[in-house]
Design a binder for this molecule. Structure first.
Ligand code: ADP
Ligand code: ADP
Length: 229
């Protein structure tokens, strides 16, 4: 089952008296439960693609079909609902609230969204059962990133979007985070879409989308993705 499809999608900006395309002619299909890696150099259009997938930004051309519905037809209100219901986001620098404990950061989702999962279970799922009462500053980078993954997981999102989630971590800790994301796609059927400039992560994905100069250069499918660990 495709969860999301792009048909001739473009995102352009006005630059002075010219139109600049951050992305154009994007056609792709992502299936439920896939682990997708979006690869490409800085400025290629990766974040733009991730933002369009998550309804954080709007296309200027083309259609984006989520579960059969064209979300480019949505108004602001509908798009906000789309994000709330379907999209969890993990950032490079975690974006945790420093004055709240790890548990409180994850439980915050309950205040904001409906139908959230038990924050305790989410923290246990990412291996943070012992860290409920710690503040972000008292945790390692890897633990903070796992807290932010638990927070995204608490929404029980269909799409889990990750922007350079290992960018601030050392190689080994980063592998642990990748392994966790891989597990979430294979065991929990979350569709995980990760942006990175690190091409060594390509082999952990089911599908690799290579972006360059505002276009999709290639889409490859890995029959046997290697385990992140
Ligand atoms: P607006 O004032 O219409 O909201 P923005 O604040 O998005 O426009 O952008 C102001 C200017 O900065 C524009 O010319 C835009 O091209 C440029 N700009 C904004 N964000 C970026 C970015 N991430 N990369 C490159 N240029 C950008
Ligand atoms: P990447 O994530 O691969 O580094 P981006 O998607 O952030 O690339 O950006 C792709 C291109 O679009 C870049 O040239 C960037 O400067 C431009 N861009 C991104 N956001 C804006 C914006 N708000 N306004 C104008 N240009 C932008």
């Amino acid at each position: 089952e495709p969860i999301i499809e792009f048909k001739e999608v473009a995102k352009s900006y006005q630059r002075g008296d010219r139109i600049f395309y951050a992305l154009r002619h994007v056609n792709l299909t992502i299936h439920e439960g896939e682990m997708v890696v979006i690869l490409g150099p800085s400025g290629a259009g990766k974040s733009t693609l991730l933002n369009l997938l998550g309804g954080m930004d709007t296309a200027t051309e083309g259609s984006i079909i989520f579960e059969g519905v064209d979300i480019t037809k949505y108004n602001d209100n509908q798009l906000t609902q789309y994000r709330a219901k379907n999209v969890g986001v993990v950032f490079q620098f975690y974006n945790l609230i420093p004055t709240l404990t790890a548990y409180e950061n994850v439980a915050l989702m309950k205040e904001i969204e409906e139908n959230t999962l038990d924050p305790k279970k989410c923290m246990e799922a990412v291996g943070l059962g012992e860290h409920f009462h710690q503040f972000p500053a008292q945790m390692s980078g890897g633990e903070q990133q796992r807290t932010s993954i638990a927070r995204a997981l608490a929404k029980n999102p269909k799409l889990l979007l990750c922007d350079e989630p290992t960018g601030a971590l050392d190689t080994e800790t980063g592998r642990g985070v990748l392994e966790l994301l891989q597990k979430m796609s294979s065991e929990s059927r979350h569709t995980v879409i990760m942006v990175t400039h690190n091409s060594s992560f390509a082999d952990i994905a089911n599908k690799v989308i290579r972006v360059k100069n505002g276009t999709v250069e290639s889409i490859t499918i890995n029959q046997k993705p290697i385990n992140a660990n």
